[in-house]
Design a protein around this ligand. Structure first.
Ligand code: NAG
Length: 322
């Protein structure tokens, strides 16, 4: 009984078990998962399949992006949250050497930012050693260009803005990564060893990231080289110059929304335990009548409705339009 309570508390401490959609990549576009157009957006009628929508948007210079329902949009775009939907916005940021560009993105940052109102934040950031990032507002906007020397905290959608993160400053820029939740100036503490938790230092961020990726028992890694195996007890968000990536509880499956710790107990239409999970994913993706699957290799022919708690389960629901 004590063990069960311990595990429940642990889940409550690190509460990032939200449903999350893995949007398949699309060249020339930046994906915004679990988002849809605001009602004010000028969008076309849905017109699947997705491949037709990509070429329609590519060949129309007024098209700013499309969604997984097959709508294209023009003009000004604001987004609202919608689980199971993907927004793709046309890439707009020109390449600057030494930086990675995030399209239509703004950041909130730590205690201080450094503001720059002349026209060349790229040059200014390059000559200022502590500069870790800068952003450029849309042409003609009255917004200031901004450079930052302190940890960035969170990234959000802002049409027309480009955020440039300086390569080699990942501990401070803490950019979002596929399959993980990013936590700025944070380190992860394990639970007691009795619960099977252990951590180690791999000697560098890149090695820690790789070690965590290939080990299914890894729950988090940090830019200081730490890898966490087994449960995370708490996150200490007072650690300067460290960014921690907590692994999503369900591995991302492109085209599906993952629901951690939830199942639909009634409506599964078939099960094939001879398959491994990767094969179950492939089989469901390729079969247009398959609307979802889970880690038990159950399949659904109507959209599952994962609302029943089941610890450790991942239920995958086909995202709209895939
Ligand atoms: C932003 O758009 C540019 C230009 O299309 C592209 O090269 C870059 O990969 C995009 N960035 C992201 C993070 O998708």
């Amino acid at each position: 009984m004590a063990l069960v309570v311990g595990i429940l508390l642990l889940l409550a401490t690190v509460a990032c078990n939200a449903a999350k959609t893995a949007c398949p990549r699309q060249d020339g576009y930046q994906a915004f998962p679990d988002m849809t157009w605001d009602s004010s957006v000028a969008a076309s009628a849905p017109n699947p399949p997705a491949s037709a929508v990509v070429s329609a948007c590519n060949s129309d210079s007024s098209c700013v992006g499309f969604n997984s329902m097959g709508q294209t949009a023009t003009g000004s775009v604001t987004l609202t949250e919608e689980i199971g939907s993907c927004i793709y916005m046309k890439g707009i940021c020109e390449y600057h050497e030494g930086y990675t560009a995030y399209n239509h993105t703004m950041v909130t940052n730590g205690p201080f930012g450094q503001f720059w109102d002349t026209s060349d934040a790229y040059y200014a950031c390059g000559t200022d050693e502590p500069c870790i990032a800068f952003h450029l507002p849309p042409a003609g906007s009255t917004h200031l260009q901004m450079m930052s020397i302190h940890s960035l905290e969170s990234y959000y959608f802002a049409q027309g803005f480009c955020t440039y993160l300086r390569d080699g400053r990942e501990a401070l820029t803490c950019a979002p990564k596929y399959g993980y939740q990013n936590h700025a100036h944070t380190s992860a503490e394990g639970v007691e060893g009795a619960y099977g938790s252990i951590s180690g230092n791999m000697g560098g961020a890149a090695k820690a990231e790789m070690a965590c990726k290939v080990n299914p028992k890894c729950t988090a890694w940090a830019t200081d080289g730490t890898v966490q195996i087994g449960g995370i007890g708490s996150l200490d968000d007072n650690v300067e110059e460290t960014c921690t990536y907590v692994k999503d509880p369900c591995p991302p499956m492109p085209g599906f929304t993952a629901y951690p710790d939830l199942t639909d107990t009634v409506t599964a239409s078939s099960r094939d335990t001879s398959l491994c999970v990767a094969d179950a994913y492939k089989m469901c993706l390729d079969d247009v009548t398959c609307q979802g699957f889970d880690l038990m290799r159950k399949f659904w022919s109507t959209k599952p409705n994962p609302t029943t708690s089941q610890l450790g389960m991942c239920t995958y629901v086909r995202a709209t339009g895939f």
